[in-house]
Write a protein that binds this ligand. Structure first.
Ligand SMILES: [Fe+2]
Length: 190
């Protein structure tokens, strides 16, 4: 399972610190196991239940968010230099883990449709994801990025890394969501 996971998510290799990389992979493995998913199953899992039909898989979303964040931070480094310090290892770990709680929030029905679990209805993925990261000893900075990446985090003061992940996530979400907006809005009362 680990080999396949690293194959479809090569971004784990962007984490330079071997201990952080290992912990990040470990959280993924445990979430897959607890949620009853496989790496290949996640290539078929919609990344959100809020866009139906959903044009991207969970794995594509995680890669898009992680790489959008990573390359944005590289650009910041080129332009702003040391004035905007970004921990690239935390950024990548946070990108890879920001939605990890969705493996517990969603389940695949037999007909292939993804639905929310009873657990997920009560504990949304920013909470379950941060809890998983805490359980496996990820740094508090990475726990913060997971906890603060979605709307729940709007009341917090986000770290620079958490802000980048939050924006990268919403860029991916909103662009894909709005592909479905009809040119001529219409509605029926009912
Ligand atoms: Fe999310």
């Amino acid at each position: 399972m680990r080999e396949r996971l690293l194959e479809i998510l090569p971004e784990f290799n962007l984490i330079q610190d071997p201990e952080l990389r290992e912990k990040t992979i470990r959280v993924w493995e445990v979430a897959l196991e607890r949620g009853g998913w496989t790496p290949d199953g996640l290539l078929q899992m919609p990344f959100t239940l809020l866009i139906n039909p959903c044009p991207a898989s969970f794995i594509e979303h995680v890669r898009a968010v992680t790489l959008t964040a990573y390359r944005s931070a590289q650009l910041f480094g080129e332009i702003y230099g040391d004035r905007v310090p970004i921990n690239m290892d935390y950024l990548v770990a946070g990108g890879l883990l920001h939605d990890i709680g969705k493996l517990l929030e969603y389940e695949g029905r037999e007909d292939g449709v993804a639905v929310q679990t009873a657990y997920g209805a009560l504990i949304r993925h920013p909470f379950s994801g941060a809890a998983l990261a805490y359980e496996f000893g990820l740094p508090m900075e990475v726990q913060h990025m997971i906890a603060a990446h979605a709307g729940e985090g709007d009341k917090l003061k986000r770290s620079p890394e958490a802000t980048i992940i939050n924006k990268a996530d919403f860029m991916s979400f909103e662009v894909l969501r709005d592909l479905q907006i009809k040119k001529e809005p219409s509605a029926k009362l009912g």
